[in-house]
Design a protein around this ligand. Structure first.
Ligand code: NDP
Length: 344
């Protein structure tokens, strides 16, 4: 069976491609640069008999961006739509930077699937906790975020800040996808995977020198001078390991009936830079004395007061496996970066 993965060069997507090839799927990956596309050559060594095809899709903000690729591959059975911009400080025009690629990319791939891919059975959109959390209730611990919660922020507020604009882009993209199913009634089902900040090793060490936005949060702590003065409170939030996020995409297409309409919100723990310091000082002896110790109790108190309250047990039950712990995820992220720095 054949799976189309959009944004196949991304941090999460490379792990998804790995899971798919390991499970025996044929994979078509869309990439926007030949240079970055070379990363996928690594899979030829890992899985010499696998079927992996690359296709170029330059700009997902164009509504017809995916049409040609999907027309060319009527054999596609499943689509995993991961491509979407994620950063916290790009450019001035947040609508062009975040909202258009996120929203149009999602509507575009669903339209292409409906119009040109008769075999598609299930589509997974990589959404985010950003589409779930309510900024106004992050500190209100009587408000429990669940799989039914939605980020209510409007564009007027969101456009004032790139982080808000990113969250808005993920919300509008997921809403558009769910609306598409209701109004267009295609022959396929849909689910979303909504991770919080994703950590864990890069699929291939060569990207450990140029990290994606979430992994770079761990790297920022590695770069702190040992005498740096805290508090190391922000950015705070949750964490989940990239390998669990990849597996969630895989199992969603392996059992589309179970995952029909699912919203898998994935969080394995709460973190901030102080929490990373606590984990790294405890678990990686070579870092002791090279990064600050900070104030563990103060960091924990900050997390308790400021990070959202949630109950995503429905998602945990659907996922059906124990999540990799935040501690292991952060340690493995850091070890890979440290190894990379030793050799580059
Ligand atoms: P990456 O930045 O590594 O991956 C993003 C992917 O989308 C890349 O393949 C990138 O291409 C592609 N992309 C971004 N903008 C465009 C565009 N305008 N046109 C075409 N392609 C584009 O990040 P992640 O792997 O972390 O993110 C993957 C998905 O997971 C995204 O949808 C993101 O919102 C979501 N997510 C990520 C979280 C995290 O903490 N990492 C948390 C929650 C959700 P290229 O490789 O060429 O840059």
């Amino acid at each position: 069976q054949t799976v189309l993965v959009t944004g196949a060069t991304g941090y999460i997507a490379l792990h998804i491609v790995n899971e798919l090839l390991k499970a025996g799927f044929a994979v078509i990956g869309t990439v926007r640069s030949a240079e970055k596309g070379k990363l996928l050559d690594n899979f030829k060594t890992l899985y010499p008999d696998s079927k992996l095809t690359l296709e170029f899709v330059a700009d997902i903000a164009q509504l017809d961006a995916f049409d040609e690729v999907v027309k060319k591959h009527p054999e596609i059975d499943f689509i995993l739509h991961t491509a979407s911009p994620f950063s916290f400080g790009l450019g001035e025009n947040n609508e062009d930077v975040f909202v258009k690629p996120a929203k149009n990319g999602t509507i575009g791939i669903l339209n292409a699937a409906k119009n040109y891919a008769p075999n598609v059975k299930h589509v997974v959109v990589t959404s985010s906790l950003a589409a779930v959390m309510d900024y106004d209730h992050l500190k209100d611990h009587s408000y429990v975020h669940t799989e039914e919660s939605w980020n209510p922020m409007d564009w007027e507020t969101a456009k004032t800040n790139p982080a808000y604009a990113y969250c808005f882009s993920k919300t509008i993209a997921e809403k558009s996808a769910r609306d598409f199913i209701k109004t267009e009634k295609p022959n396929f089902t849909l689910s979303t995977v909504n991770p919080v900040y994703v950590f864990g090793p890069q699929m291939f060490e060569e990207t450990a020198g140029n990290l994606n936005t979430s992994s770079d949060l761990v790297n920022s702590v590695l770069n702190l001078a040992p005498d740096a003065k805290g508090p190391f409170n922000e950015p705070s939030g949750g964490g989940i390991d990239v390998r669990d996020v990849a597996r969630a995409h895989l199992i969603s297409i392996q059992d589309p009936v179970k995952f029909n309409d699912a919203r898998l919100v994935m969080v394995c723990g709460k973190q901030n830079p102080q929490k990373f310091l606590d984990i790294l000082n405890a678990r990686i002896p070579e870092l002791r004395g090279k990064i600050p110790v900070g104030d563990s109790a103060a960091g924990a108190k900050y997390i308790e007061e400021n990070v959202l309250t949630y109950d995503f047990s429905k998602s945990e039950a659907l996922f059906g496996q124990k999540y990799i712990t935040l501690e292991d995820s952060v340690v493995e992220t850091a070890k890979q970066v440290l190894d990379y720095k030793k050799t580059h």
